[in-house]
Structure formats: structure tokens, C-alpha cells
Design a protein. Structure first.
Length: 123
């Protein structure tokens, strides 16, 4: 599991969420020290998908995550503000132990400004 540090249990009271670019589920800050909902979400998924776990061990934690679904696919969007890049982890219902990692994608200026505003609120 993620860095061996995720003894997370998803289901705590939800952190505040923010909408960004039509994301159905909102966007969540990822902060290990305060065990945010975004951190718990990424811990849970890294235990489910070995590809995501390896990616996070290599790249580190993102600043924010967003989760959404479309048809039989689930998407976790990981935002790395310092690099202004985003990556997507796509999981399929038909293949519950496998995920595809896609990216990097540039974070658009408007998205970046929203994320920076949220980041300042959560400090």
C-alpha cells in the first residue's frame, strides 16, 4: 500500500469538496498529516490498484484528487500543482484489479487558479 503509510479507513466525515471542470464528485486536497478525504481516497485506491501504488511511490502524492465515473469506468484525476500537470488513473468495473495511468496533461490556467485558491484555504 502507498509508502506503507496508509492505514486509512475510508468513511470518515467528508472534507469540504469543490467542483472543477464538471467533476461529478468534486475535488479534494491530499494532505497526509491531516488525513483529508483526498488522502484517504488515494490510499484506498492505491491498495486496490498496484499500478497506482507504484506510480505514487515514484511520483509522490498529488496536491489534489478528483474522482468521477463514466459508464463502467472510474477515474481518479491527480493534480500536481508544482509541475502544473495532471494524471488520470482509469479503472474498469470488468477488471477490478487493473488500472491504466494516463498523462501527464497540462493543468489549464483557470483550473490552476481554482486549485491554488483551494490550496490557500486548506493551509
Amino acid at each position: 500500500m502507498l509508502f506503507g503509510l496508509c492505514s486509512c479507513s475510508v468513511g470518515f466525515a467528508p472534507a469540504s469538496s469543490h467542483r472543477l471542470s464538471g467533476m461529478d464528485e468534486g475535488i479534494f486536497p491530499v494532505q497526509q498529516e491531516s488525513s483529508t478525504q483526498g488522502y484517504r481516497m488515494i490510499c484506498s485506491l492505491s491498495g486496490k490498484y498496484p499500478e497506482l501504488d507504484l506510480f505514487l511511490k515514484t511520483r509522490g502524492l498529488p496536491g489534489f484528487v478528483a474522482q468521477t465515473a463514466h459508464h463502467s469506468s472510474q477515474y481518479l484525476i491527480m493534480y500536481y500543482l508544482k509541475e502544473r500537470k495532471a494524471y488520470v488513473c482509469k479503472g474498469e468495473t470488468a477488471f477490478p484489479q487493473h488500472a491504466n495511468l494516463i498523462g501527464p496533461f497540462p493543468i489549464k490556467d483557470g483550473e490552476f487558479e481554482i486549485l491554488k485558491t483551494i490550496e490557500q484555504r486548506h493551509r
